[in-house]
Design a protein around this ligand. Structure first.
Ligand SMILES: Cc1cc2nc3c(=O)[nH]c(=O)nc-3n(C[C@H](O)[C@H](O)[C@H](O)COP(=O)(O)OP(=O)(O)OC[C@H]3O[C@@H](n4cnc5c(N)ncnc54)[C@H](O)[C@@H]3O)c2cc1C
Ligand code: FES
Length: 259
């Protein structure tokens, strides 16, 4: 669905991160955890392509996005004032599965914590957030997760917050310490691709189910251009190409091709 959405607010959250709220009476009620919206930012011709952003939250006819300024498009977006109209396409993609049966464990790197927030908020069981970033200044939404009752564990590459090291070390420790009851938990990850492949490797080696949300380069967002294909394992052997925009961005961790 396409919708012209008015920017209600667009403010710096911390560092290069911004929080953007759209008025979206039509798309917002349809959004499920893990889905994204494809935003036409406007401006010069090179931004003819939309930019994908995970739905951080969708309620009361609004869509919230947390984004990091990384290039021309997001830089232009960060300067759009309230009242600006942007065309949104969405909700796009397949989001996370039903998490009601088990306690969710979310592994998030950087703004990956935005993509998993609705899953956490809607989960009947309060779970765990294992959050990683390069530095403490790049951790996002930690207080939001605590406010909804999640237990938060933190790691940073430079040790400026939480444990020094990678978020996958937190996952190793989490699994090691709960071996006897590990089947009570479901695992969901979003963040940089190397982190997601490391999470998938760990889950596969432990024989655990899980879901990963791939933040892959996209163009059309509707399955037509094939810019976003990833190689996935097929059940029963072999592999296939899948489109991140329409088949994902959330995939079973067991389907990631690790070779
Ligand atoms: C499904 C999905 C959900 C996303 N959700 C969010 C979100 O919630 N918050 C957020 O800040 N960003 C998110 N992204 C990434 C976001 O779409 C890109 O950062 C944005 O499109 C960059 O636009 P730009 O014009 O500023 O950068 P460009 O000028 O296009 O690129 C600048 C730099 O960013 C890199 N880059 C561009 N796109 C991506 C990408 N998809 N992944 C990694 N690096 C990229 C480029 O390689 C380049 O180095 C998501 C991407 C996908 C595919
Ligand atoms: S972005 Fe075009 S097929 Fe996925």
């Amino acid at each position: 669905m396409l919708e012209d959405c008015r920017i209600i607010s667009n403010t710096r959250y911390k560092g290069d991160y911004f929080k953007l709220v759209f008025d979206s009476p039509r798309i917002s009620p349809l959004c499920c955890p893990g889905q994204f919206v494809h935003v036409k930012i406007g401006g010069p011709a090179d931004r003819i392509l939309r930019r994908p952003f995970s739905v951080n939250d969708a309620c009361d006819g609004q869509i919230r996005i947390l984004y990091k300024v990384v290039g021309d498009g997001t830089s232009f977006l960060s300067r759009l004032p309230p009242g600006t109209i942007c065309n949104l396409m969405g909700p796009c993609g397949n989001g996370f599965g039903d998490v009601s049966a088990r306690t969710p464990v979310i592994v998030a790197g950087g703004y990956g914590a935005a993509a998993t927030f609705m899953l956490a908020k809607n989960s009947p069981k309060k779970g765990f957030l294992l959050a990683g970033a390069r530095t403490g200044a790049e951790l996002v939404l930690i207080e939001d997760y605590r406010r909804i009752g999640f237990d938060v564990m933190i790691s940073t590459d430079d040790g400026s917050d939480g444990e020094k090291g990678l978020v996958t070390s937190l996952l190793d420790k989490f699994i090691r310490e709960r071996k006897s009851c590990i089947g009570d938990f479901s695992f969901h990850a979003c963040g940089p691709e190397p982190m997601l492949y490391a999470v998938a490797r760990k889950l596969q080696s432990e024989g655990l189910d899980g879901e990963v949300s791939l933040d892959h380069m996209m163009c059309c967002g509707v399955g037509a251009c094939l810019a976003c294909v990833v190689r996935l394992r097929k059940q029963g052997g072999g592999w296939k190409y899948s489109r991140t925009c329409t088949d994902g961005p959330v995939f079973p961790a067991s389907s990631l091709f690790l070779d």
